[in-house]
Design a protein. Structure first.
Length: 445
């Protein structure tokens, strides 16, 4: 039995793209032009392009058309952590480390081994975490501006796990969640897995467009608002206090839960109070120590309204039972003895130095970032293709991310997200210089 006409056309175009007969970056005919050329309906042409996009072979750009993707760039690049060659510079993921961190771990392991409660660490732990560990985290959070007690704290296996249990405990398939038009890819992955309906909110220089958010809430049943008010990933904004207050007002008016992701908040000195400090009854606060201490230390924490705590605890039980007690004990020792505060201060200084270096090496290009952030957003010149530049840089042993993993709207901007925290300063300087050269050369072709 012959395949439907549109399937035959999809397969033919896919074959042309994979073979190189249709080159990366080539602009495909408009929907109407394809329909006329192939004697099919316009709606069928739209279906053809939609399936090619679902296969990762083309990308649509609002107002510009449909383009062939560079398929040498993996479809999950920027979301899935790809293996990077040992001689490559990884500017796609951040895992900032400081000299001496390994020695800190050795010392902590010796201390834990000599402690009297080692045997207890080998047993099952309470799903939320041990009371003394939750108390350590509560004390740490007070320094972040959140006054809470240990009863409202749950320990998770990293901030991503904290977001996962929040979604599992508070949202259902089909729920509408307001998110930034550019947002953290890990939340997009969760939204896809749990079948959430993401509604993108346009950005202003200081945060989400709150007029657009209010209009959305007035027209659709927005169950939750996912936001990163203190150091947004990838745009680096810090929402002003007045905007935070208005966001809370909107959420209260329309009965929306607020999910506050504070994974990078430690990099900002003296930010406005967290949303969870202003509205603890409607805000789930999620953060962790992976970025501030070490990515291998999978310790996250969630502070939530009392009504959500039983559901969050069940989600922990269903996914990990409890966070590994040994790593939690080490993390909480460092919280109590000041090690975490010391490392966070050092990393703020390190991030500032790397941002200054990026400004020097990428001079003449438009950068969007925060002065103490470990990443920068690089919008590309007109007619540039992010996937083409990513492939060119990969051939020069530099890994970067495009905007695609961060985009929640139909329109994917042509931009690169550069992670600055995963290599030493000399290699970073050289890699950023190459990025600048490749972008400028591409603009001249």
């Amino acid at each position: 039995m012959a395949a439907p006409r549109y399937k035959q056309l999809v397969d033919a175009l896919a074959s042309d793209i994979r073979s190189g007969r249709l080159a990366a970056g080539a602009r495909l005919p408009t929907h109407r032009a394809l329909a006329a050329r192939e004697s099919i309906a316009v709606v069928t042409a739209t279906r053809v392009y939609a399936e090619l996009e679902a296969r990762g072979l083309v990308s649509r750009e609002q107002g510009r058309g449909t383009f062939v993707r560079d398929i040498t760039v993996p479809a999950g690049h920027g979301i899935d952590q790809q293996a990077v060659a040992t001689d490559a510079v990884d500017l796609s993921f951040n895992y900032p480390a400081l000299p001496g961190q390994a020695d800190l771990l050795r010392h902590a392991l010796r201390e834990v081994a000599a402690s009297g409660d080692l045997d207890s660490l080998l047993r099952y732990q309470p799903h939320r975490g041990r009371p003394q560990d939750r108390a350590s985290i509560a004390r740490h959070l007070r320094r972040r501006g959140i006054t809470t007690d240990a009863d409202r704290v749950l320990i998770a296996g990293g901030a991503q796990h904290g977001l996962a249990i929040t979604v599992m405990a508070t949202l259902n398939a089909g729920d509408v969640v307001a998110v930034d038009a550019l947002t953290y890819p890990g939340f997009k992955v969760l939204a896809h897995a749990f079948h959430l309906d993401l509604e993108p909110i346009p950005a202003t220089p200081d945060g989400p467009d709150l007029d657009a958010l209010e209009k959305l809430c007035a027209t659709r049943p927005v169950r939750a608002i996912y936001t990163m008010p203190t150091l947004h990933n990838p745009l680096g904004w810090v929402m002003p206090a007045a905007d935070r207050s208005r966001l809370i007002t909107i959420a209260r008016q329309y009965g929306s839960l607020v999910i506050e992701d504070a994974s990078y908040a430690y990099l900002v000195e003296d930010p406005p109070p967290p949303l969870a400090a202003t509205a603890p009854d409607i805000t789930v606060y999620v953060s962790g120590l992976s970025k501030s201490i070490a990515t291998g230390l999978r310790i996250g924490f969630v502070v939530a309204p009392p009504a959500t705590l039983p559901s969050l605890e069940r989600a922990i039980r269903a996914t990990t039972w409890n966070t590994p007690a040994l790593t939690t004990a080490i993390a909480c020792r460092w919280l109590d003895d000041g090690t975490v505060d010391h490392l966070e201060a050092q990393k703020r200084s390190d991030a500032e130095a790397r941002q200054a270096l990026a400004g020097q090496e990428l001079a003449g290009l438009h950068l969007v970032s925060h002065p103490s952030s470990y990443f920068t957003w690089l919008p590309l010149p007109d007619d540039a293709r992010a996937d083409r530049l990513t492939a060119t840089l990969a051939r020069q042993h530099i890994s970067v991310s495009t905007a695609e993993p961060y985009t929640t709207s139909i329109h994917t901007p042509q931009a690169l997200r550069l992670a600055l925290g995963s290599t030493d300063l000399d290699r970073l300087r050289s890699a950023l210089s190459t990025v600048r050269q490749v972008v400028l050369e591409d603009a001249c072709t």
